[in-house]
Design a binder for this molecule. Sequence first.
Ligand code: ZN
Length: 403
Amino acid sequence: MEELEVIDRAEQWAGFLKKKCNAQLNKISREFPSTRSLEIGYDVLEKYGKTGTILADDLLEHPGKTLNDIKDAIRAAHLISGKDIEGNDISDEIINKTNIRFIHLPRKTLVRDIRSEHINKFISVDGIIRRATEVRPRLVVGAFRCANGHITKKAQEYGSYSEPDMCGNAECTQKKLELIQSLSTFIDSQKLRVQETPEGLRGGEQPQTIDIDCVDDICGTVTPGDRVIINGILRSVQRVQNGQKSTVFDLYIECNSIEISVKEFEEVNITEEDEAAIIEMAKDPGIYGKIARSIAPTIYGNEDVKEAIALQLFGGIAKEMPDGSSLRGDIHMLLVGDPGIAKSQILRYVIKLAPRGVYTSGKSASSAGLTAAAVKDDLGDGRWTLEAGALVLADKGMAAVDL
Ligand SMILES: [Zn+2]
């Protein structure tokens, strides 16, 4: 019965791929290895009739198996094929090295809502790249040689290096094995840390993060500060503390695809009623003072400060000069005053008001902390990590630096 179902699925996938992804499949056949990822729109799959709905559900619930099903379908229906220079058929190798990537998932999971029920499920999260490590090769299958020259291969798991207990040759009793790099398989890898978007946070909440494990051709495609949608499988890995295995597991997303989102201010929804109200208010000759006074209304006085902030929030107009140089329309503000006159309170209020507002204070506001910092930390497993600072995270928004 189970066997039947597997065959069924492969056939369904083959039917879908032939109809919707033929051009891409041919491109991979022609251009491998420079093109080696098949991008499938989840929205396209979902609209592919009743079969599409079933296949789409399958992906969300059993992503690991589904990705294998798709490869089986490609193999069985000969959807990808290729030959090397000598004319040998290398279709199988191409198919094995092709990545099946899904994009355009309609439902997003908030980073703070990720729970154990999502483990091994396909999820989609959006956020900002907070940190990104260097792209470095990772061992996938290690080839180990014993003193007698036998080679034993061992697949490596995420995050830990393991050697075979002894030589794989049945007649050999050697236990000391050496890793042979030239016979081992490596893949490009990069780790990212994604922070949830500040717009989704209620005032004063700490943004949460999740780590993303990327391999192969999606490595190096994003930089800290980029707004992205990460699609992938939520995985758990056992935490190790002082060499002891803990009962607590850490979560990460095994990245399937990255979409770079170029959202500007569309996260601010203006309804028709809002628009009508704005136009109405614009007719009021006293609107300028009203806007300035509406900033931090609970703080008494400080009218000139509030006026300056109002002007900053609206910003100026970027100008292109006749000689080709350009003038930025952004306004910066330096707020100076004695302690205890509500400078910090005003700043916090503005950050809540402005879309993409980021507040940073005191010690974390070194020059590197504001732009970007290269650090060696736990995320990178010894690799260098680039971390986005407050100014990068607040790009096109408002950054408040409280000293
Ligand atoms: Zn041996």
